[in-house]
Design a protein around this ligand. Sequence first.
Ligand code: URA
Length: 233
Amino acid sequence: MERLDKVLASTGRWSRREVKGLVRQGRVTADGRIAGSPEEKIDPAQTQLRVDGELLAYEEHLYVMLHKPAGVLSATEDRDQPTVLDLLPAAWRRRELFPVGRLDKDTEGLLLLTDDGDLAHRLLSPRRHVDKLYYARVAEDLEPSDEETFAAGMTLADGLVCRPAKLEILSPQECLVTLQEGKFHQVKRMLAHCGRPVIYLKRLAMGPLQLDESLAPGTYRKLTEMELALLKE
Ligand code: URA
């Protein structure tokens, strides 16, 4: 059971305050009965809620695929700099979305945002070994020995131990990297360790979820039912 005001606000169409006003004005019905109070508890999966007669579709959680552009932070708020949430419509921002894992400010590509803490936790858990796939351009030519260095796992000069990962050379200065970890600046640090500083980095996939290439940087869409089902598997 959930509070009526919370359920109505979760549609993203009204703030909690606006919702209270709607209820007080008698504009909200629950299974045909005029709702008496914003605090009343209902079962959102079972109850037909209407506002001014319009039936509301209830979604417990929101799952958004964003093509993160360079120049914005993967954070929910920052005093000075734009964050990925600033790219989303106000109605969605009201849902307390957060990014699942981080990309550096200058990294582009796939970022999942959700208000489903359980799913986020599962995707980020080191025990689950979820693959993250990146495309990188580097400033020095890659060598086949770099693929071996990645496959063997490496210990960086600062002591960070990186588990075995996959490097696939696409051209002398382009590669794909697959990691199951997500340590700070990890792709950049691993490539730098091989003497190949990264000049461009883009995440292409996370587990079964692939960046929709029809999304231009800075744009987003909800996950499809199929994508969500695959992620939850
Ligand atoms: N590795 C990095 O170095 N940066 C990212 O943004 C993601 C992975």
